[in-house]
Design a protein around this ligand. Structure first.
Ligand code: TYM
Length: 331
C-alpha cells in the first residue's frame, strides 16, 4: 500500500483539466491506497483573495471533490490550513531551499509575467510549500497533471536534501503519477496551451457548467481553415479539439472525425457540436451531485471535520519526528 497525496488550489471551480489530470487517478487509487487529498488554501493566498472569496472557494472545491467521487470514508479529504503542521514543515524546508533554484522554477517565471505587480515571496517559495504538503504524510505517489512535474522534482530534491543533511533515511522520494501512462496535459479551447482557470475567458470547461455555457464555449473554440490534402498534419488547435474528444467521446466518434479529417471532408462545426454534446453528457452527473451535496451543509461540515482529524494525526506524527531529527528537544 502506497501513501498518496494530491491537492488543488481553490481559485475557481474544477475543470476537465483538473479532473483528467489529477482527480480521476486519485479516485481510482482511493480503493487500494492510503490517500490524502486536500484543498490548497495556503497556496491560494499568493493571489490575495478576500476572506469571503477564500472561504467560498474552499467550500466549492470541497463539494466538487465529493461530487467527483472522492469518498471521505476511504480517503482523507482535508483543507490545508486545518493542518498547520504543513506550515511548520514549510518553514524547515525553506531553511535549506536556495533562492537560485527557486527563481529558476518555471511556474515562478510564469507568475512574474502574469502578476508583475505582486511578486511576493509566497510565489518564490511555492515549491517548498508544495513539498511540505507531500512529505508531511511521507507520500510516495502524487497524481498530478504534466504542469506539476517540475514541482515534484523539486520535492524530491528537498526531501533528499533533508535526509542527507541529517544523515537519515526519513523522507521517501515521491513520484508524480498517472495511471500506467505519461502525465497528461488537457488542452484548452483557445487554440494553444493547457486548459486552466487563468488561461482566458472560454478556455476551460468546468464540471458545473450549464449545458448552454458548454455549447457556447465549444462552438467558439479555435479551429483552422481545414485540411487541403489527405492525411495533412493537424494544427495545434485541431489536435487540441481531437484530444478533448478523446477524453469525453467514444472511440467510434473519435475515429469517425479522424477519418473525415484525413479525407478532407471534415466540418469543424459538426465536430464541435458532437464534442459539446459529449461534454454535456459527461459533466451532467457531476452537476447534479454538486447541487445535491452543496445543499447538505451538515454533510459538508462533517467531511471537513473528519478530514481535519485524520490529516492532523498523520502530520503531527511527522512533525514530532522531524523536530527530533533537527534537534529541537523539550526541556
Ligand atoms: P492546480 O490547482 O493548478 O491544479 C490541480 C491539479 O490539476 C492538474 N491540472 C491539469 N492536468 C492536466 N491538464 C490540465 N490542463 C490541467 N490543469 C490543472 C494539475 O496538474 C494539478 O494536479 N500546485 C498545485 C496544487 C498543489 C499540489 C500540492 C498538488 C499544492 N500542493 C501537493 C499535489 C501535491 C496546483 O497549483 O494545482
Amino acid at each position: 500500500m502506497e501513501t498518496v497525496v494530491s491537492g488543488i488550489r481553490p481559485t475557481g471551480n474544477l475543470h476537465l483539466g483538473n479532473y483528467f489530470g489529477a482527480l480521476r487517478n486519485f479516485i481510482t487509487m482511493q480503493n487500494e491506497h492510503n490517500c490524502y487529498f486536500f484543498i490548497a488554501d495556503y497556496h491560494s493566498l499568493t493571489t490575495h483573495p478576500t476572506p469571503h472569496d477564500l472561504h467560498g472557494n474552499v467550500r466549492k472545491i470541497l463539494v466538487e471533490y465529493l461530487a467527483a467521487g472522492l469518498d471521505p470514508e476511504k480517503s482523507t479529504l482535508y483543507i490545508q490550513s486545518d493542518v498547520p503542521e504543513t506550515a511548520e514543515l514549510y518553514l524547515f524546508l525553506n531553511m535549506n531551499a536556495y533562492i537560485g533554484e527557486l527563481e529558476r522554477c518555471t511556474s515562478f517565471k510564469d507568475k512574474i509575467r502574469q502578476q508583475p505587480q505582486n511578486v511576493n515571496s509566497g510565489l518564490l517559495t511555492y515549491p517548498t510549500l508544495m513539498a511540505a504538503d507531500i512529505i508531511i504524510h511521507r507520500a510516495t505517489k502524487v497524481p498530478v497533471g504534466k504542469d506539476q512535474e517540475q514541482h515534484l522534482e523539486m520535492t524530491r530534491t528537498f526531501a533528499n536534501r533533508f535526509n542527507r543533511l541529517y544523515n537519515i533515511d526519513y523522507f521517501p522520494e515521491p513520484q508524480a503519477f498517472n495511471f500506467g501512462n505519461e502525465l497528461v496535459k488537457i488542452p484548452g479551447l483557445n487554440g494553444s496551451g493547457k486548459m486552466g482557470k487563468s488561461e482566458g475567458e472560454g478556455n476551460a470547461i468546468f464540471l458545473d457548467d450549464e449545458p448552454e455555457a458548454i455549447r457556447k464555449k465549444v462552438m467558439k473554440a479555435v479551429t483552422d481553415s481545414g485540411p487541403t490534402v489527405p492525411g495533412q498534419q493537424k494544427s495545434e488547435a485541431i489536435q487540441n479539439i481531437f484530444q478533448l474528444m478523446k477524453v469525453v467521446s467514444t472511440e467510434e466518434t473519435l475515429n469517425y472525425f479522424d477519418d473525415m479529417y484525413n479525407t478532407c471532408q471534415i466540418r469543424y462545426g459538426d465536430m464541435k457540436k458532437q464534442l459539446a454534446q459529449d461534454m454535456i453528457a459527461f459533466t451532467a452527473p457531476f452537476r447534479e451531485r454538486i447541487r445535491a451535496i452543496s445543499a447538505d451543509e451538515a454533510f459538508v461540515s462533517k467531511v471537513a471535520r473528519m478530514g481535519r482529524e485524520k490529516a492532523h494525526e498523520s502530520a503531527a506524527k511527522t512533525i514530532r519526528e522531524v523536530r527530533e531529527i533537527i534537534g529541537f528537544k523539550r526541556f
